[in-house]
Write a new protein. Sequence first.
Length: 527
Amino acid sequence: MPQNRSPHLEPLHREPLGKRESDSSYRSLFERVCMGIYRMNSQGDLTDVNEAFAKMFGYPNRESLLRQNLFELDVDSESRREWLAKIEEDGVVSNFESVWRHCDGHDVWVQDNAVAVWDDSGEVLFYEGIVRDLTECKRLQRQLQEAQKVQAIATLTGGIAHDFNNILSAVFGYTQMALLSIPAESPLRQNLEEVLKAGNRAKDLVKQILTFSRMNEENPAPLQISLITKEVLKFLRSSFPSTIRIQQDIQTKPSGWDTVLANPSQIHQILMNLCTFALQTIREKGGTLEVELRDISCDESFSTLYPDLKPGSYLILAVSQTAPDTSTDITDGFFDPAIAGIEDSIRKGKGLAVVYEIVKALGGALRIQMEPGDRVTFHIVLPRIFPADTIRERTTGPLPAGTERILLVDDEKSLVDIGKKMLSHLGYQVEGMVSSTEALKVFKSRSDDFDLIIADVTMPEISGLDLTKECLKVRPDIPVILCTGMSDATVFEKAREVGVREFLRKPFIFRLLADTVRNALDDQPAG
């Protein structure tokens, strides 16, 4: 027995010395406490618990726990040995966290505060303590840790994508310059075109990385939904049972055809909710999950099916399931939780209300189609947009040129070099610099020598945005183009506010560079 502990320590629900309360009052307090209270002998056999303790571990009543061994509830034998060593040494255990076992087998995280009670000879009479369920707290802690981990990964992948885009910009630039000087019949031309094809695949991969590194962004931005669709289906394939087949039909068109104004988490939620609904309804019998993405023509049939949508260009994301659970209550036609009842729609639709709200917020529509052969299809119609760079990539004809003077600033020397070559080929006079600080000094000293500034957004000394602000203070009329390997809508918005004319996303093709420079110099509206 520890020397600093009294051998006459009173148990939690014994009558205290002095004025005595009735046994029934103590028993009432014992049972009404919301935390679990227990008493056990030195061997760990429970001799008394309250109802809260029984409920915490799933037992029907306190009597069903009596004479059970508390040590057997402890999942980790090492933590129990640590608990015993501590209470034998100090006579008390405070805020001791460990994992105990619920009666149905799942783990329960608990915080235990206990004392040992000895007799006059120093032998342990019993242990008694109070336990608090920490399971929900631990779950929230894990969620926070996962969110922080995802945020860290997003930051890391965003940085990697930025650097990789700089590398790709050099590959694209030098390859395109080489193609300009090689005859069409040369065998080298085919090799270089294959380099560009591989570069485009890498470009799409970087887009996917950037898309998922921005999952928590709330601001909508131009977004290619085919990239998220493919990644969600890859994820679901590994988690769905083998009895469910997953088929995808995504149109193959020029990059950017599937662009909408949204944030990645919205599209991710739509797909996950619809696909999870399909899993829940066909899990037992098996079946097929089909996901189709295509553009849709706004003819008379479209106006009939979607009378609330304004004329324009739209994409349709269709999620179909075969052999659904016949107990699922789905009505053919439009889904509207305001009519069906929010609670009922969530219970029966398993997330359809969430999908509906997101689709409506994006200016689209959700329609459910019941088809012969136990087939249900959810049609998600979303407004389609055409980013400026997408339109320009598909433009043909002679490259626009000029003779104006351009200040080109990028901290990557290889990008400055290839940028100078490409712009010089178009007839422009280019002064390239790798230091934004030096570039600002040069511009302040002879601002009238330049007709246009092209600068990278991310630079170590002065960022492209800050460089723009300072240069516009000197010459408010100077057009500025910002280049970036990222896709941060917030940066774009701030840049527009300070007067940036155009943006170039790395890696860019020669035509995109030529068109963007000409548009900025001619003061045409930005795309």
